[in-house]
Ligand binder design. Structure first.
Ligand code: SF4
Ligand code: FES
Length: 260
């Protein structure tokens, strides 16, 4: 490796972090300022928070609570507003895949939890997303016996339909769509989960019942209505299309007309 590259990699940053701290669901919470040095541009955003937490623990302070698991963009656990954008500044990227090279030495970074009534804060940056689990439990499954995997694979499905269903199934349930929407609508998440089943033969027996139950549950959880802003699609790390929302609305109207 050339010496120049080594110098570049070894450069560290000092950042000002403004982080939402909240003891529990009932306490009030406030933004707290931290100065953090020695941050390598090669670190991920969550590794940067790990460094902060190590420092806080060493000096006897409470570490910042935040959700994470796979740290490779597939589980949907990580959830942070970074400078007002769900998952931060990179399109099609979860915050666990965001790197500190995206920021500059001396930057101020504002870090907040998802903000939505249906996602109450548990502590600091961690929110309760069990409303999504209840939407899935209301109908996001197939209960027909589809047989073993070879039987399933033997069902001929046109490639464009298979691709569309696969694109919808890419949703990782992170909730960024809700967090960025001014209405805190869960329409993108719910519609992706409806579409992935409505498009495939296995999803047909429960198709009408599924869309009704999932939409009713979405409303009961306190998510807002979709007003076609497109903010959800813009921040979705899996680039789920708002065409799914149009599909959900069509499915819901047809199911209601048929009185299913
Ligand atoms: S639609 Fe996108 S932003 Fe919303 S939960 Fe699924 S992956 Fe996350
Ligand atoms: S931690 Fe799994 S997607 Fe970010």
């Amino acid at each position: 490796m050339a010496t120049g590259e080594l110098t570049q990699t070894n450069k560290t940053m000092t950042l000002k972090l403004l982080i939402w701290r909240q003891k529990n669901a009932r306490s009030k919470g406030a933004m707290v300022e931290y100065t953090l040095g020695e941050i390598s541009p090669d670190m991920s955003f969550l590794e940067m928070l790990d460094v902060l937490n190590d420092n806080l623990i060493r000096r006897g302070d409470d570490p910042v609570a935040f959700d994470h698991d796979c740290r490779e963009g597939i589980c949907g656990s990580c959830a942070l507003m970074v400078n007002g954008a769900a998952h931060g500044p990179d399109a099609g990227t979860t915050v666990c895949q965001l790197h500190m090279r995206r920021f500059r030495d001396g930057d101020t970074i504002i870090i907040e939890p998802w903000r939505a009534r249906a996602f109450p804060v548990i502590k600091d940056l961690s929110v309760d997303r069990s409303a999504f689990d209840r939407i899935i439990a209301s109908g996001g499954y197939v209960s027909v016996n589809t047989g073993g995997a070879p039987d399933g694979n033997a069902i001929p499905i046109p490639k464009p339909i298979a691709d569309q269903a696969m694109d919808s199934a890419a949703c990782i349930g992170c909730g960024a769509c809700v967090a960025q929407c001014k209405n805190a609508s869960a329409a993108l998440f719910t519609s992706a989960k409806i579409a992935q089943l409505a498009l495939l033969p296995q999803g047909q027996p429960e198709r009408a019942r599924r869309v009704q139950r999932m939409v009713w549950q979405m409303d009961a959880e306190g998510f807002g209505n979709c007003s076609n802003e497109g903010e959800c699609e813009a921040v979705c790390p899996k680039e789920i299309s708002i065409a799914n929302i149009a599909l959900m609305n069509r499915e819901f109207i047809i199911a209601s007309r048929e009185g299913k």
